[in-house]
Design a protein around this ligand. Structure first.
Ligand SMILES: [Zn+2]
Length: 526
């Protein structure tokens, strides 16, 4: 199997995405997770751009990484400045990494129009910088900015920039589709020409402005590139970078290249969720391979087919990338769907078991009351467990009270008091919050944390309210959906009531109980 070096830029190019700002702590954690997955290069930032990055480089230098090399990123020397006096090149050295990436221009118009220098000076800037860094004993990746556009405008000059880098000793020539507008056939053709011309390793760095970053990266590999740059979940400025969560499984499972140790592939989904969470972005449920819906099925016939012949609606086994098949619950899905969900909890039951009938009846009843379990599978699992007797309550609610405090001081406008019982012990706590549901959530956690410390890991990531039968005015029911996550997975729970606080309470309790049930299961399995 040909090995492909995966080069992650989640912390550098990915950090350019709107709304993303990682703390040093976040970055360290991401580095550790990327290293565990088996990523070869981690581009960690530009030490010249801010002091936070230098602090990070000194901390990351102390980590003992198993697979990854840390890369500091910067540019070639400036126009007319000797390389040894160039501030940015100096700060690259200060980062103390064993490998660096520098970007340089390859598009003639940009050299004359933006850098406002001569084409020859640009070649010297590339050559001087790389030669200097090689003399310092560093591994050097040359990021050929705008390479494909530059090649189309003036192929001779674009090739000379690569020639300057190769001659100076660059270890990899990385071709960049900087504005993300290239097409796969062009990337394939041009990468092929470059790969034939140079002995140096070729890399590919694509942006997703035409929704083609993954295709373009795959085509570059087919044409001879052996290093692929991208980010986890494709995060990055504008429409993002090439998504490594799609590139890695496509290369490894479909095209027969080795990007990471095969046994690590099943960590991909959890890494994807981890990065979304750390970047404080809602995970993309529709993401290929790692999304929550990537292997979810709805509708009776599909489900029958996918169970008899998985390949009919699943292009790979979900477990290969650490994902899992989800059967969306609904009355229309029919009994085989239901049975699959029931069998996940008790494999001995069949279509005709009385328990299956009871679950079916209960589901119909709940759907009639306004529940719908298509997204709230976790609440559904709890319903099934309760009917099958596979559930012991973790706590009992004695009572709760929620008080609104208006006018609000600093956004804290609600107080909740809660009384619960766990075994023989009773706990009363109160908490304040931004809104009654938040106050209630805080009070419940405070009360339960003493008994179940794992509750601290739960984060609520989404809260949705929908008014049902709205023609009934104030007596209308509301349906609350709550999405939670704990680093390992995310789950959705539901509550329905004529009272929004009560509906929220039901969904909150399910969220906590589901987490505790799952933790219990994991304990049993290990
Ligand atoms: Zn980029």
């Amino acid at each position: 199997m040909t090995k492909i070096d995966i080069y992650d830029s989640t912390l550098r190019d990915g950090a350019q995405a709107q709304g993303i700002s990682y703390s040093v702590e976040d970055k360290i954690k991401i580095v550790e997770r990327l290293d565990e997955l088996g990523i070869r290069y981690i581009e960690a930032g530009n030490p010249g751009s801010n002091p936070k990055d230098l602090e990070f480089f000194s901390r990351v230098g102390a980590l003992e990484l198993k697979n990854a090399k840390i890369i500091a990123f910067g540019s070639t020397r400036k126009v007319g400045v000797a390389v040894e006096y160039d501030g940015n090149v100096q700060s690259l050295l200060l980062a103390g990494t064993r490998a660096v990436a520098i970007f340089g221009k390859c598009w003639d118009d940009q050299v004359t129009g933006i850098l406002r220098t001569t084409l020859d000076e640009n070649l010297s800037m590339i050559g001087d910088t790389i030669r200097f860094l090689k003399q310092k004993g560093l591994e050097v990746v040359f990021d050929a900015e705008h390479f494909f556009d530059g090649y189309k405008a003036n192929s001779g000059y674009a090739m000379r920039t690569l020639g300057a880098a190769a001659e100076a000793g660059a270890d990899c020539l990385c071709l960049c589709d900087t504005n993300g507008g290239s097409f796969p056939e062009d990337v394939f053709e041009i990468t092929g020409i470059v790969a034939k011309r140079f002995d140096t390793a070729i890399g590919i760095h694509c942006h997703n402005d035409g929704e083609l970053a993954v295709s373009n990266s795959l085509m570059a590999v087919k044409a001879g590139a052996t290093q692929v740059q991208g980010t986890i979940n494709g995060i990055g400025e504008r429409c993002g970078n090439a998504n490594l969560c799609s590139i890695i499984p496509n290369l490894q499972l479909k095209l027969g290249f080795e990007c990471i140790p095969p046994s690590n592939l099943e960590r991909l989904t959890s890494l994807s969720n981890f990065v979304s969470e750390t970047a404080n972005m809602a995970p993309n449920e529709k993401a290929a391979f790692v999304g929550k819906h990537a292997f979810s099925h709805k509708g009776g016939m599909h489900i029958d087919a996918v169970q008899k012949h998985p390949a009919s609606y699943e292009h790979i086994k979900p477990e290969l990338v650490g994902n899992s098949r989800t059967i969306l619950m609904s009355e229309v899905a029919g009994r085989s769907t239901l049975l699959a969900r029931i069998n996940a909890i008790d494999p001995t039951l069949n279509r005709d078991s009385p328990e299956t009938r009871r679950v079916m009846d209960r589901l119909k009843q709940l759907e009639y009351e306004g529940y719908q379990f298509e997204t709230a599978e976790s609440s559904f699992e709890l319903v099934v467990r309760k009917i099958l007797g596979k559930y012991t309550p973790f706590f009992n609610l004695k009572e709760f009270k929620v008080i609104a405090n208006e006018p609000a001081a600093n956004g804290i406008n609600s107080t909740a008091m809660i009384k619960i019982r766990v075994g023989e012990l009773e706990e009363i706590t109160a908490a304040e919050g931004d809104g009654p549901v938040n106050a209630l959530d805080m009070a419940m956690r405070k009360a339960l944390e003493r008994f179940y410390p794992a509750i601290r890991d739960i984060k609520l990531t989404d809260y949705k309210v929908r008014v049902l039968n709205s023609d009934a005015a104030s007596a209308a029911k509301v349906r609350v959906l709550i999405e939670s996550t704990d680093h390992l997975e995310s789950w959705t729970t539901i509550g329905v009531s004529t009272d929004i606080i009560n509906a929220s309470w039901l969904a909150l309790v399910d969220a906590v109980e589901y987490k505790l049930v799952r933790d219990q299961e994991r304990l049993v399995r290990h």
